[in-house]
Ligand binder design. Sequence first.
Ligand SMILES: [Zn+2]
Length: 173
Amino acid sequence: MAVEALFGKGRTLTPMKWLYQKGQYAAQEMVTLIGPRSRVISNLRILGPCRELNQVELALTDAIALGFEIPIRLSGNITGTPGCMLMGPNGFFEMKEGVIRAAPHVHMSPDDATFYGVKQGDYMKLRIGGPCATIFDRLLVRVHADFRLEVHIDTDEGNACALQSDTPVELLK
Ligand SMILES: [Zn+2]
């Protein structure tokens, strides 16, 4: 429904780049997000495939610049979160809720969970090396048969520890 409102009747998302998690992709389609004080972020990439709910994940720096006060939530847990207006080439779509800062988390398969001795909903630590070395103490564990081992943190979290593609990292129980 959101895709048709934004991009036109009959339109669906077009995969542009497949992500590491099975079946997940960055779409060609992009939207403009309009915040509470009419400030905007344009060229916001859409991730597919479509879900039952619409969700916008922002880093805190971007949220503050837009005038949002957003809670830290697990993806999909959006009850009571702020909404926003989205603008696409075909029109607008109002989200009543769904703007969050995603909780730092790690995806893993049941085999990975056994290896680390953790289960869905546990927290792990992520030790990050390099010149701004730090440890994230609350990395939420998400376990699913389709998941591949991958940590998801946002741009603020990555920039705070100067994360590069060759920065050494270690998952700790
Ligand atoms: Zn994730």
